[in-house]
Design a protein around this ligand. Structure first.
Ligand code: ZN
Length: 225
């Protein structure tokens, strides 16, 4: 799943305004950020095979530390602890904010569960692997991801309003950004397979994209309250 993860970010922001949308964007992709980093370091592994599923070319064959169900709960617990007890992260936050951040981390596994083929381990790599396999349907994946994303953006737009004197940025910038993300997603799944693109290039591209999306969310969220 790609932009569907950000649906969780927008939805969580709409129920907890103290959360930073930028931080939530990092939280909902946290295990993927770790995964691409671990893949670059050789700790976790995937390979690129043309049309491995109907919508992408990724054979995710070893990633128990980031995409195991149990490890997801551990990462969520870690983030909960940081946001609950460590002043640097906590700032003015409370237990509810820590909980929202932890749910952001956990949302990733459950959204992945809908789309992934059975490659998500429950515990370690030799434990049973699960996934409902929506990735076997190109249109099905597209519709579900866009519906989740658009629905959550609407929740966010209804729960927040333009900050005072924020003008055009407050009213329209987030809508333009969300439309851009949707368009980018549709473009990305329609890109032809390129055998020259390596796992290293794919991993770095993923990390850069997650960084750009989070930075834009940090920036534009300042113009809504
Ligand atoms: Zn993932």
């Amino acid at each position: 799943m790609f932009i569907g993860h950000y649906a969780a970010g927008f939805a969580l922001k709409s129920v907890e305004k103290k959360a930073s949308l930028g931080m939530l964007f990092i939280a909902v992709q946290f295990v993927d950020i770790l995964f691409f980093s671990f893949a670059l370091l050789g700790i976790e592994k995937y390979r690129l095979i043309e049309n491995f599923t109907a919508i992408n070319h990724m054979d995710l064959y070893f990633y128990p530390y980031t995409h195991g169900l149990v490890s997801s709960f551990l990462w969520a617990g870690l983030i909960y602890g940081l946001w609950r007890y460590v002043p640097f992260f906590k700032k003015g936050g409370n237990g509810r904010l820590a909980l929202v951040m932890a749910i952001g981390i956990l949302s990733h596994w459950f959204l992945d569960f809908i789309v992934h083929i059975p490659d998500l381990p429950l515990i370690g790599d030799d434990s049973p692997k699960v996934g409902l396999g929506l990735w076997n349907s190109f249109m099905g994946t597209l519709v579900v991801e866009i519906a989740l994303f658009a629905g959550a953006v609407l929740l966010y737009l209804r729960a927040t309003k333009p900050a005072d004197n924020s003008g055009f940025k407050g009213r329209y910038a987030m809508i333009i950004f969300a439309a851009f993300m949707g368009a980018f997603y549709i473009m990305s799944v329609n890109m032809p397979f390129d055998p020259a693109v390596t796992v290293t290039v794919t991993s770095i591209t993923g990390l850069v994209l997650y960084g750009i999306f989070a930075a834009l969310a940090f920036w534009l969220d300042r113009y809504r309250r």
